[in-house]
Design a protein around this ligand. Sequence first.
Ligand SMILES: CN1c2c(nc(N)[nH]c2=O)NC[C@@H]1CNc1ccc(C(=O)N[C@@H](CCC(=O)N[C@@H](CCC(=O)N[C@@H](CCC(=O)O)C(=O)O)C(=O)O)C(=O)O)cc1
Ligand SMILES: N[C@@H](CCS)C(=O)O
Ligand SMILES: [Zn+2]
Length: 770
Amino acid sequence: MVQSAVLGFPRIGAFRELKKNTESYWNGKISADQLLAVGKDIRAHNWKLQKDAGVDIIPSNDFSFYDQVLDLSLLFNVVPARYTKYDLPALDTYFAMARGLQRKATESSKAVDVPALEMVKWFDSNYHYVRPTFSHSTEFKLNGSKPIDEYLEAKALGIETRPVLVGPVSYLFLGKPDKDSLDLEPISLLEKILPVYIELLKKLAAAGVKQVQIDEPTLVLDLPENVKAAFKTAYEKLTSTEGLPELILTTYFGDVTPNLSAIEGLKVAGFHFDFVRAPQQLEKVVSILNDKQTLSVGIVDGRNIWKNDLASSIKFVKEAIAKVSADRVIVATSSSLLHTPVDLTNEKKLDAEIKDWFSFATQKLDEVVTIAKAVSGETASISEKLSANAASIKTRKEHAITNDPAVQKRLGEINDALATRSSPFPKRLAIQKEEFHLPLFPTTTIGSFPQTKDIRVERNKFAKGQISEEEYTEFIKKQIQEVVDFQESVGLDVLVHGEPERNDMVQYFGERLKGFAFTTNGWVQSYGTRYVRPPIIVGDVSRPGPMTVKTSVYAQSITKKPMKGMLTGPVTILRWSFPRNDVPQKTQSLQLGLALRDEVQDLEAAGIHVIQVDEPAIREGLPLRAGQERTDYLKWAAESFRVATSGVKDSTQIHSHFCYSDLDPNHIKALDADVVSIEFSKKDDPKYIQEFSNYPNHIGLGLFDIHSPRVPSEEEFIARIGEILKVYPAEKFWCNPDCGLKTRKWEETKASLANMVAAAKYYREKYATK
Ligand SMILES: CN1c2c(nc(N)[nH]c2=O)NC[C@@H]1CNc1ccc(C(=O)N[C@@H](CCC(=O)N[C@@H](CCC(=O)N[C@@H](CCC(=O)O)C(=O)O)C(=O)O)C(=O)O)cc1
Ligand SMILES: N[C@@H](CCS)C(=O)O
Ligand SMILES: [Zn+2]
């Protein structure tokens, strides 16, 4: 019998139980023990769900209160001294690393003031991990027992699990040196970290663990030679040490074959490969297996919500079986299911026909089990499922929504002229200087202001029909007025309306564009306690009517300062939605570009002369490896943005914004935005600042971390700007936060922005006298 396996299950709870309770803990409303109990309940629920679905290999240690990479940092004592010096309880040190901590002294405790660690994209997904930060003084040691505890917890429930660990090479490679150790290359720490992995694996074995899923997703990246070599060093040690569990070396999100030599010959018990992303790698990866090693076939998509085409998956797994043998093949999810919503059955508002095309994490459990049964010859028990699945796949292929001739005609008419601004940047800049008369070091924000409980409750009432559209619109206008008043009073130069009308910067547009479906409970973790409900692109996309014009026009009408129109860009809408898998991403992105072009032009015509089109996902969409696919992506991603933004006059200033990735300035040049703002406050390496100093257009390097409640002082802003100005030309420099302020409270927002504006004024005066 071929076994089924799941690589990880969403840990947020079907109704966001983890978010609600973690935030309650942060707000002092529940105790640490109560929060820990919630975690325990979620884990038990998830394990039982998988057991009941008939999954053979169920993961443990896939749960996390914030992030699985951060869990490992705490477990291995990769905790910079600035977090340990306060002697906080372990859970609070953990959250301080994740989101910073600023607390006044009380009678019983001393003051705490520590910023968060850096947070970055997890490969090409919208999940973010907390970057391990190493220094010369890092002393690896086992600092806890989370994986062992969670394994035993499942065992006590009668459920045998396979613990998941991020492997040593990926863990180090995904990290960075701390600011006091910039010469340190994390991979050089391999020999030091391996004994701790061995100690942990021994303890897992002692607890009864037979096999561990060891994740090495960096194998799908272009790797330097020393990192490639590290796999042999690491796994020869981990497979030759007595008394350790078997290891399944697990890769996902791409093709491993360019790095095959790095893992060939390793004596692990087996390998997992992502055949949803890279089916073409089958032949080559099979060639490195010895005659005992297992092949875990990732065939149920952990990154999208489309119902699995069971017939085609069964065919694929049978090919794998023909190359290996049934007893050595496992049918698995392609990656962890963390990136998919929890349960489709909680969606009551989706059109029934379209809903039938989807499969969320819970439904995917049944898919792996069904494929495993089918390839084991158990066809009788599943024949009805197979025919229903085939019917659903066929209906989707033939549905009218997937083909809109008007959209396709317009797509065919895109040409270079349509996607190019009338004049080059220097000419536009001169015209815009006359238009806006902005000071040196202009200050602005990225768009959103605090999404308060009041706003969410009011939107919820409106969605449920408890208040009228007029009442909701009045409420939103009042919010905008407050945001504008504040920005004027604090002295910001280019204002925003604050985005109070938006549930999310992507979902909001998905809900207003034709060709999308959206969910009620389809939450997916983006980072920590922040989740998103990615809309689903089900067909050709177009804009039935203006989406933001009334709001922006209102906001501009109440101030004399320039008001930025605020849109989400085509690539970001695509990447943060669940895209179609029946047409290329390029097609979907250009369709979105056209829809947004109409919006940009309507905004301009309505008197909005600064328009920001956010593209924070542009870097994460970059194919993970260099090559033709990457070159093509950069071309169509930039083209989509330019299709959206090039239809305006030279005097209209186009802004864009990027965050949470290691951005290469060369990748954004082709967008030809007049001003870009990027998340930057955690970038300590002067080399990185240098790279951006050559960026030709204007740029705001983010000056404070918006994920942290911590408020930087005016002096801190002055010092940071001073550092940047050592290498960065003042005339291009905008002052802004790292990203939108929606997750912050008002008091933090007001204080941080006041300090930022004061620092900008300090430099304005300093430079005026130069
Ligand atoms: C900028 N980022 C974004 C990313 N991806 C996106 N799709 N959007 C982004 O903004 N990726 C990179 C970065 C960082 N990532 C995130 C992701 C998510 C958030 C965030 O703040 N999420 C909110 C949820 C936002 C939302 O959809 N809100 C809705 C529903 C609110 C709600 O919970 N309503 C309650 C009722 C009201 C109440 O009682 O409170 C309910 O339904 O029960 C809305 O506002 O209408 C989050 O809280 O997780 C930030 C950055
Ligand atoms: N305009 C958005 C961009 C986030 S990436 C915001 O401010 O929230
Ligand atoms: Zn951002």
